[in-house]
Design a protein around this ligand. Sequence first.
Ligand SMILES: *Cc1c(COP(=O)(O)O)cnc(C)c1O
Length: 240
Amino acid sequence: MAMEENIASVLGRIKSAALAAGRNPEELTLVAVSKTAPVQSVKRAFGAGLAVFGENRIQEAGEKMQALKATPARWHFIGHLQTNKARAALKLGFELIHSVDSERLFFELEKQAALLNIEAQDVLVEIKLSHEPSKHGLMPEELFGFLEKSRGAKHINIVGLMTMPPWSEDSGAARPYFRKLRELRDEARRRGFSGIGALSMGMSGDFEVAIAEGATLVRVGEAIFGARKNEKEPEAFEND
Ligand SMILES: *Cc1c(COP(=O)(O)O)cnc(C)c1O
């Protein structure tokens, strides 16, 4: 299928899933995950109406942002961010960093944002809900203690939570993970962290389930850009 058809199909499915869940489709942001896709494909997707692109490597993101700086595309960072790349990530100016996966990374971002005079960078906290060693994130039981400590931060705004459930053929298998993330978000709000609203969850195989469970951002790659070839799991060889 041509990319334009993929995009129309994904947008239609997002809308249907939102309406089926009694939600307003406009509450949902489609993050088109363009990692490994060439600049030309991103340009074409932008032309077909997509506005938000997700990248998982700082260098690749920087190259694409530079090549497409004439377009008003919005860029999100969705991958594991090494602490020593926090400054580079801030300088690129992502609209949202989905993947703050440790206290150490959060405070490094805060420190570097102060040095760079960046007034506000929005981020999500990544939560590790499965026990796979390849996944990153805070354990759910660490979240509230971490949020207390983060209260003093002046430059980094935590606006929500993100998760990646274990990979499965069966999209329904992800549902309990998505539900758990929503419950954590709701509990954070009850505890007074009222800025925490966004839920980044759902990918090509399971975004409709995620929408039913309250996703506000879905991160969709292959269903738009086609299958990625020979992908290496970044976490498998990048050491922090
Ligand atoms: C690659 C990736 C996605 C997109 O996955 P698809 O299966 O291609 O839709 C979403 N989120 C993260 C964090 C990713 O690394």
